[in-house]
Each structure stands twice: as C-alpha cells, then as structure tokens.
Design a protein around this ligand. Sequence first.
Ligand code: ZN
Length: 324
Amino acid sequence: MLKKNHMEVYPIIVPTTNKLKSINFFLVKQGDSLTLIDAGLNNDNCWNALQMTLKKYDYILSDITGILLTHNHIDHIGLVNRIVSTHSIPVYAHPYAKLVLKRDPHYMNMRVDFFKKLYQEMGCGEFGDKQVSDHRNPIILSENKNIHCEIEEITNNGILGFDIVEIPGHAPDQVAFYHKECKWIFAGDLLFQHVPSSAMVEPNFDGTRTQSLVQQKMSLEKCLSLDVELVLSGHGNLIENPADLINERIKEIEENASKYINFIKSGHSTASGIAQFLYKEKYEKQFFNTMSKIIGYLDYLEIQGKISKEMKKGIWHYYCHEGS
Ligand SMILES: [Zn+2]
C-alpha cells in the first residue's frame, strides 16, 4: 500500500508470462471515494486479484465509487463490465476511447477503411488486405471492447484531485492522472521500467493518421516536465524518480530513427520492404505491431525533414535527403 497526504493507493499487480511482466491496476482511496484506475484484463486472474485486494483492505466490490481509464486497450478495461453489472458507477475515459468502447458504427467502418488504405499504400499488397479482413484481427474491435455502461468523457478540468495529462502515442486516447501534491502519476502505458512502450499507429477522429511516435516522444517530454516522484505504470515495476529512464527512452527513439535512415539509404524504400528485411517472419506473425513501429518511425523522420516520400503506382517510396 502507498500512502501520502490524504491518498492511499492499493496496487493490484497480476503477473503475466509475456514481456509485459505484469498487468497493473490501482485502487485509490481519497475521502469517501474508492476509485479504480484501469481495470485489468477480463480474466479470472485479474478478477481474483481485485477481490483479494479489496478484501485485504476491508472493502467489498460495491465500495468502488468510480473507474478511471488511462486508455482503451483490452488489458486496461477488462473488468469494467463485470464491475458495473454488480453496481452502477461512473466510468471515465477520453472522448476517443468512448468511440472505441461503445463501438461507434461510423468509427468502426472508418477504422477498417483507414487500415486497408494504409497497408495498400505501404506496399503490403494482398497480405495486408487479408490481415485487415481477418475478423480476429485487432482492427475489427472485438466484443471484448464493448463496454455496456455509459462512458463519461474526461475533461481538462481534472477529476478527484488529479490533473488530466494527455499523453497520446501508445494509444491516441491515452491520458495520465497526475496528483501534483503527491507527485504521483498514473501513466498507463507511457513508460515501463523493463522495456520501451510501443507507439501504435491509429486513425484520428477525422480519419487521418496519428503521428504515433512523434506523439509518444512529446508525451515522454511532457512527463519529464512535471514534478514526478513516482510513475504508477500499467505494466512492470512502479518507477521512482523517472527522469533518467524517460531520457533514456527518448534517446532510444533518436538512435532507432538513425538506424531507419540507414535502412532507407541501403535501398529499402517501402514500409513493407523494411518490415520484411528487419523482422522476417515477425512481419507475418505480428503484422500490426511491426507495421505500426515502422510507419511510426517513417512519419517521425519525415516530419523532421530527414526523409521524403513519393507515390509510385499507389505505393509510398521513401528516400533520404542528400547529406542526412
Ligand atoms: Zn496499452
């Protein structure tokens, strides 16, 4: 348990066997409120861990007064339906998350069209087409993402003593809950101690593409500019005095970006070409993550003016500027 000023935090840490190490979510007690920040995966491990933590501190499920979501990914929203089916409480998320979690039909169609066009233009051909139309893919939002209650939109006015800090990049709707007095920040998947977080390419509200890696870096810099003593992360360890780690993550982005320039210089001009060269079988097995990463870096370098692109027969070809 963490305690500071008038706030108590009961972390719920559920170990996983994958590289994320654990799924973390948090019960936060302030005065009369008992808030859940994020809601794990929809499985028995997370459910039992929530129940055990409640019991340990003498609470029951119906004592939870509200849920705050850092972003729409399934390992952060999993238990919302189970909780709200037992008692009705407000669930807060970014307006963008609401489109996803309520499966807004216009948004869902736009999303599929967006990815179809994106992968065509990135040179993924029929393989890309097949990935998008496969109904098990993460683009066609699964039933797991259908939240049954109303979602209250988070506003910039803050909530329960937390400032809302928009930190897109990993997800376009990602927000952090920052408590100035405590110098604590609940930052979703912005920063992990043991591995870099991934920036995921997604459509914006208007169907344009998020500059995911540019955003990710800006969000890291935003976090660096705040007075933070503890980052309560969505996976892995909690991070004390995060400044050095944040600087390291920013440096990694710069270093990887230089590597991409070299790939392009050596003649790999399309995103799918780079993906197949760099990731080999991972290109097929982890198509969405791999393409997301590469497109993120290409956009990042293009915005910095280090590379340009030209469309040939419907496919973007990237090239380096002289001297870059
Ligand atoms: Zn996530």
